[in-house]
Ligand binder design. Structure first.
Ligand SMILES: Cc1cc2nc3c(=O)[nH]c(=O)nc-3n(C[C@H](O)[C@H](O)[C@H](O)COP(=O)(O)OP(=O)(O)OC[C@H]3O[C@@H](n4cnc5c(N)ncnc54)[C@H](O)[C@@H]3O)c2cc1C
Length: 337
């Protein structure tokens, strides 16, 4: 097995996107934002089957069975691990929170025999975090107990910055009651993350580290994507130096190559490294390279009936997403992935 030092050469400077071009505002304000809103409004009026064409690449299907069948194929045919997510954030009643809970309960049951290559990612907002934090804690605790009894790990996704305190607070309480089979997500775009890493260090959390998908205000977050990615690497080094397990969630190839080099410098064996990506983002070549090195590669596999609302929210919240999805769909016939 090749060592982590044998990674292919790569450009150190990232490709610039419009939002990172010198002289342009890194925030898509003004006419760009108006154009984005008009495009999203137009998409909301499009027939669902048209949107489904684009969403299909990113979503396993509407049912648990479809998601599980996909995790099996990803593992058996490609050696890719999965983390399954039920599309159900932004709920507005306890009944919906309960439905979301029950779907996860059933999912965890079915993941038991797949636990070496698949786990679940939960969103606390789906479990009622914004309705009643205590009930959300109890539901999360119950899911973690079920998962623990079946030898499984659960990841708690991170949502926008208004929920970070609550999410990390719930995570700490879960660890205090002895539930060690859960992990958190930290976002490099937030200024607070460095301190969160220090505060959480005694717990040695299993962290998914990403730039963060939510557009956040300049008072709390970096606005330039290149800076977010450099910060991602700084935080990764900090976490690894603390001896924590990190699932590095990014599709940016120069960041992945830098991470591989960092692992080598820190004498971290490839088997202890994990890179996570979203289902549907065309990255098969680098996934293969990582797998060949012995690095675990895990895909985020969302499923559920709420695929339309989910897709629209993602497009709405993240102006870059529209460009990336369009590029992905339009170049698909010409790619081999
Ligand atoms: C497994 C996983 C779990 C995540 N969990 C969370 C979470 O809990 N909380 C949170 O806030 N964020 C989460 N994210 C999202 C993450 O924070 C980023 O928003 C997302 O990964 C894009 O960042 P990037 O580092 O890939 O950089 P980007 O600059 O966004 O992407 C780099 C390149 O990858 C390609 N690309 C990226 N996304 C797409 C796409 N959708 N379609 C086509 N091409 C694309 C493009 O070529 C792009 O130029 C998660 C991401 C992953 C992979």
């Amino acid at each position: 097995m090749p060592s982590t030092q044998e990674s292919p050469p790569h450009p150190r400077r990232p490709r610039q996107s419009w939002s990172e071009t010198p002289g342009l505002s890194p925030r898509p304000d003004g006419w760009r934002m108006r154009l984005h809103r008009s495009l999203v409004a137009a998409m909301k009026r499009m027939p669902r089957p048209v949107i489904r064409l684009a969403a299909d690449a990113y979503i396993a299907g509407e049912t648990r069975a479809e998601a599980l069948a996909l995790t099996d194929r990803l593992w058996k045919e490609h050696g890719l691990s999965s983390t399954c997510d039920v599309l159900g954030e932004a709920i507005d009643s306890e009944e919906q929170a309960q439905e979301y809970y029950e779907e996860f309960e059933a999912m965890i049951e079915e993941l038991t025999e797949r636990r070496h290559y698949a786990n679940a990612s939960i969103k606390l907002s789906g479990l009622g975090q914004l309705l009643d934090e205590e009930r959300c804690f109890e539901r999360t605790r119950a899911l973690l107990e079920i998962a623990r009894d079946r030898g499984q790990f659960l990841r708690i996704d991170m949502e926008d910055h208004t929920t970070t305190d609550s999410t990390l607070g719930i995570y700490r309480r879960l660890r205090e009651v002895g539930l060690d089979n859960c992990g958190v997500v930290l976002q490099s775009r937030l200024f607070r993350t460095e301190k969160d890493i220090e505060d959480l260090a005694p717990w040695k959390p299993n962290v998914r580290l990403c730039i963060g998908i939510y557009r956040e205000p300049p008072s709390v977050a970096l606005q330039d994507k290149t800076e977010m990615k450099h910060h991602l690497l700084t935080l990764l080094e900090k976490l690894w130096t603390h001896g924590q397990h990190v699932g590095l969630a990014t599709h940016e190839e120069w960041v992945i190559h830098e991470a591989v080099e960092l692992a080598a410098r820190l004498h971290k064996p490839p088997e202890e490294m994990e890179v996570q990506m979203l289902l549907g983002v065309p990255r098969s070549k680098i996934q293969r390279e990582l797998l060949d090195m012995g690095v675990r590669v895990r895909l985020y596999v969302p499923y559920g009936h709420q695929w339309h609302a989910y897709s629209m929210r993602r497009l709405e919240n993240n102006p870059d997403m529209l460009r990336m999805v369009a590029a992905n769909v339009l170049t698909k016939p010409f790619r081999r992935d």
